[in-house]
Design a protein around this ligand. Structure first.
Ligand SMILES: [Ca+2]
Ligand SMILES: [Ca+2]
Ligand SMILES: [Ca+2]
Length: 223
């Protein structure tokens, strides 16, 4: 009986950890701002275990057409690397956000995102890699990313193709490393801080598992 309980406690611990590691596609939309003083922008991050060649890849808004804005200029995007597209001139955007030279920025797209819209990412064969539909007037309780970016609290929110209430607005000095641009927008373009906080249910599962294992250990010690 005790052995069974111990195993159950371990299973709780392990399932809690597994729950935190939601599987997502390798390239993810990790940050966006539909309107800003320095121009709207979108961030893509390589969450996978190997570099990805963006030659032939493309972005579109809710018209969902592959090939509209070419992302070939990113070339190879390394593991953990975040890259940016913006409606602004790339050099102006880079200066506005004081980006280091290693951050890749492609500017000048004209298929702009509005207050409620979609971000679609296609690979070289035109297959949809990631989709993100958002809009504070469409999805109740979600953020309006005007002059501040939207950022996901967990991998589960990255995996969802529709914005959730766990996409939160950037504020200066937040857990995502956000700061204020020279033109007064707030965000963290060019890098992604992964899963900054475990979800509440993960804590609950861990605590339940620890309590069970702890109880068994105490009973063993008392014998
Ligand atoms: Ca649009
Ligand atoms: Ca996604
Ligand atoms: Ca970012």
């Amino acid at each position: 009986m005790k052995k069974t309980l111990y195993g159950f406690g371990l299973a709780l611990l392990l399932s809690g950890q597994a729950g935190a590691a939601v599987s997502v596609a390798d390239i993810q939309i990790t940050e966006w701002m539909y309107s800003g003083n320095g121009g709207e922008f979108i961030e893509f991050t390589n969450m996978g275990a190997s570099a990805v060649d963006f030659t032939g890849w493309s972005y579109d808004d809710d018209s969902r057409q592959a090939g509209v804005f070419d992302l070939s200029g990113f070339g190879w995007v390394g593991v953990g690397e975040s890259v940016i597209i913006t409606e602004a001139d790339a050099a102006a955007f880079r200066a506005d956000w004081s980006l280091v030279a290693s951050v890749k920025v492609l500017g000048g797209y004209t298929n702009n995102i509005g207050r409620g819209d979609e971000i679609n990412l296609f690979d070289a064969s035109g297959s949809l890699i990631d989709r993100f539909a958002y809009g504070d007037q469409i999805y109740a309780g979600t953020v309006r990313t005007q002059n501040a970016t939207g950022n996901p609290l967990s991998a589960a929110d990255l995996a969802a193709t529709t914005v959730t209430a766990n996409w939160v607005l950037a504020s200066a000095g937040d857990r995502f490393g956000s700061y204020v641009s020279t033109r007064g927008d707030i965000g963290n373009p060019g890098f992604y801080v992964a899963a900054p906080v475990p979800e509440p249910e993960t804590y609950a599962m861990l605590l339940a598992g620890l309590a069970l294992v702890g109880g068994i250990a105490r009973r063993r010690a008392a014998r």
